[in-house]
Design a protein around this ligand. Structure first.
Ligand SMILES: *Cc1c(COP(=O)(O)O)cnc(C)c1O
Length: 382
């Protein structure tokens, strides 16, 4: 049944884009080899560094988040080298696939989906395999809802010659990520998640340790567009080596300004509060949280067997205008994912939980209307 409503995008990418950023996309297109664009680029780099908590050089790529991941592979480990992949979830799997594609041997430290990695075990792997050249990790594993202990793992990797590479695509800008303090050598980020910008931009923050490895490569990386050296050279004059998607960059700058006006640490605090409220609602509705160490930018909720998840998601969308995500892999059809980052706010989440309650009750789940909401509001009032 169709009904009148406006759409509420509450998926872990893409996320809603603020009006100031959207308006930049509607402006007349201007050329990019200009003083005007170099100033936009300079401010964008400054804004990104604040949000990423880094002084490192950042490469701005035109591509989805995966292009940044690919750059983090080809610029870090030469063909024939070894890498340790912290393997748990769809996106961690992508690190392993990328390594294999470029002739790098991935050693897998695997934990079941929903579990978190232990820095002490990472240390064991590194001690037993001193020829590991890079450790590939994920800040917030979007397919499981786990937030990994990047600070703890970073301390372990920093004691070795290996590079610490982190997929921060869904987490950075929403949850705590201190690139420099946590000694992340290569950080991959995408525009369409907590950075509140349409898909199409990707970023790699590169430490001195990572530059040294790249500069020491005797054979150039098996990629041309993704060779990071070109980006470092152009950045010296606030330029990009190839045509930048200028409108997207201008939109990104508006979103970064919003984040930095609030202050990134305050944004983390607010996201974390919303995450706690959603988790309280989930438990109160008698549902199960999947992640043992939940991240702050999304919540993965396991659904009871009696619930038709496909119908639930479609009812949410057609009757309430709420677009949330299903799950991937073995969880497909058995779980849902609600994002709480960027422009997704308190009222959106209250509405989403209320709609979920109604639909669950309609499908026969035993639940007192308002039980989830009450727990959520208690948490928000704390
Ligand atoms: C979304 C996401 C990606 C993939 O990004 P694309 O923009 O689809 O290429 C990679 N890793 C994580 C953790 C993500 O959430």
């Amino acid at each position: 049944m169709k009904s009148l409503h406006h759409d509420r995008l509450m998926t872990p990418g893409p996320t809603p884009v603020p009006e100031a950023a959207r308006l930049m996309l509607a402006r007349d297109l201007r050329h990019h080899r200009t003083t005007e664009f170099r100033e936009i680029f300079r401010q964008t780099m400054e804004g990104l560094k604040k949000v990423f908590c880094t002084k490192n050089e950042i490469a701005l790529l035109c591509g989805s988040g995966t292009s940044a991941m690919e750059a983090c592979v080809v610029n870090a480990v030469p063909r024939g080298g070894k890498a340790l992949v912290l393997y748990s979830g769809k996106f961690a799997e992508r690190w392993a696939k990328l390594c294999e594609r470029f002739g790098i041997f991935p050693i897998l430290y695997e934990v079941p989906w929903g579990r978190a990695f232990d820095p002490a075990v990472v240390r064991d792997y590194l001690e037993r395999n001193p020829d590991i050249q890079a450790v590939y990790a994920t800040l917030s594993e979007t397919s499981t809802g786990v937030g990994h202990d990047i600070a703890g793992i970073g301390r372990v990797v920093a004691e070795t010659d290996a590079l610490f590479v982190v997929d921060g695509i869904s987490g950075v800008g929403g949850m705590e990520c201190r690139t420099d303090d946590w000694q992340i050598d290569l950080l991959a980020v995408g525009s369409q998640k907590a950075l509140m910008t349409p898909p199409g931009l990707a970023f790699v923050a590169v430490s001195d340790k990572a530059w040294k490895k790249r500069d020491a490569m005797t054979v150039p990386p098996p990629a041309f567009y993704l060779d990071l050296q070109a980006y470092r050279k152009s950045a010296q004059t606030n330029d990009t080596p190839y045509t930048p998607p200028r409108s997207l960059v201008a939109a990104l700058l508006e979103s970064l300004n919003l984040l930095n006006e609030i202050g990134i640490e305050e944004v983390w605090r607010q996201t974390s509060r919303l995450a706690r409220a959603v988790r309280a609602a989930v438990t109160a509705m008698g549902l199960t949280l999947f992640a043992e160490r939940p991240c702050d930018v999304l919540t993965l909720i396991q659904m009871p067997e009696s619930i038709d998840v496909k119908r639930l998601l479609s009812d949410l969308e057609t009757r309430f205008g709420v677009k949330i995500a299903g799950a991937q892999g073995d969880l497909k059809g058995k779980a849902i994912r609600i994002a709480h980052m960027g422009m997704i706010d308190e009222l959106d989440l209250i509405g989403c939980v209320a709609a979920l309650e109604q639909l669950l009750i309609e499908q026969g789940w035993e639940l007192t209307p308002g039980a989830g909401l009450t727990a959520m509001q208690r948490e928000l009032l704390r």
